[in-house]
Design a protein around this ligand. Sequence first.
Ligand code: ATP
Length: 300
Amino acid sequence: LIQLYIPLNFLGVIYRELRQALTDIERMFGLMHEHREIADPTDALVLPPGPATVRFENVSFAYDPKRPILHGVDFEIPAGRTLAVVGHSGSGKSTLARLLYRFYDVQGGAIRINGRDLRQLTQASLRAAIGIVPQDTVLFNDTLFYNIQYGRPLAAREEVEAAARAAQLTDFIARLPDGFETRVGERGLKLSGGEKQRVAIARALLKNPAILIFDEATSALDSKTEKAIQAQMELAAAGRTALVIAHRLSTVMNADEIIVLDQGRIVERGTHAALLEHDGDYARMWALQQQEGEEAVKAA
Ligand code: ATP
């Protein structure tokens, strides 16, 4: 019986790994019960690990053929660089992330990693190369350790600890009564927005991904937390190719390139300084956010 139990138990772990990874990602993209499986071609290639240049080549996309969402979106994120996407709600920012993760296939143009069209790659190797820090992290009613290890359930203890260190959780964990074994989630310790984001970063880093997608939270944060989150994000993105879906412009100031999306089209692009100089949509959004920030400070 024991002989049977061990493999079954192992299968259980693998099942948990697959099921939970899927659930997390479906939730983070708000795709629960929605997406259709895309099948690998029989001659699909495995994306080798290592630095990744991401290219969106004239990408067009619609969820519903009657309502196009992206129109000829064209950009490149060289390996190790950060590209931030800003734009009004509904402009198509999260759709770019969903396409990169290949929840859907593009309808025009192509997305390439190191020159390879995503459609030629196995989905497993593509998704292994991408870590996602979602808008709103789901914490399970379990220990902090479990919640971090969940990023890669078969990871060894030292790997989970290293990911927690990289996400700057060490001091926080050291102050907890039961350290890593502290229960968190609805029935346990409630984490702040910044702490939750660090757990999300640790989970994503556990995969050691070449590509990192940050879907920044829309919720208002105090400026101290906002600065801390920005610093964490930059640290986690160092040496990786990062796509940042930004809602606050202060978090994207240091990105190598910023693109402004409007109704699925890139209307402006450049560095923060160049975009301010250009004095267009980005400069207006920046002025508005600065003003809102000052009003919030006065109101406090
Ligand atoms: P926000 O800043 O509010 O997160 P966004 O710029 O990320 O917005 P997307 O989530 O990419 O915008 O959505 C772009 C458009 O696509 C929106 O009009 C949205 O209603 C539509 N859309 C998003 N997901 C789906 C879906 N699964 N099916 C149909 N339409 C969708």
